[in-house]
Ligand binder design. Structure first.
Ligand SMILES: [Fe+2]
Length: 129
């Protein structure tokens, strides 16, 4: 469902690797959600969503460090987008997830991955140019 694609590559190895990892974590959440038999499913989902949130925040830091190191001229636009997204994911409440919230988990996942794809294609791609 969620995977790194050739078209998402921006040509900077570390950033590409981290983007790939983000898709892997998102896919892990999706697979858990589909799994009908796993015990403590919502504990697992909560954990992986938190992992996704933390990895995203760390990844933004790396990206910002990289942009600074090359004195990237569109850094400001990137920061604004990162800040807005950071705020959103920091506000997400994963504490009370249970089976009633399957829809909510799907929405969160879709929102996160859509944002990521758009951000990579429209904004991160420019860093590699
Ligand atoms: Fe970015």
């Amino acid at each position: 469902m969620y995977e790194m694609k050739e078209e998402y590559l921006i040509g900077i190895e570390q950033i590409d690797k981290e983007h790939e990892k983000l898709f892997e974590i998102a896919e892990k959440v999706y697979q858990l959600l589909q799994d009908k038999f796993i015990p403590d499913k919502y504990d697992n989902i909560r954990q992986v969503l938190i992992e996704l949130r933390e990895y995203t925040i760390m990844h933004f830091e790396h990206e910002e460090e990289y942009m600074k190191s090359i004195q990237y001229k569109r850094m400001f636009t990137q920061k604004v987008e990162h800040d807005a997204f950071r705020k959103k994911i920091e506000d997400l409440e994963f504490e009370k997830l249970d089976e009633k919230q399957e829809e909510m988990i799907k929405e969160i996942l879709e929102f996160l991955t859509n944002w990521l794809v758009h951000h990579i294609l429209e904004t991160d791609k420019l860093i590699g140019q």
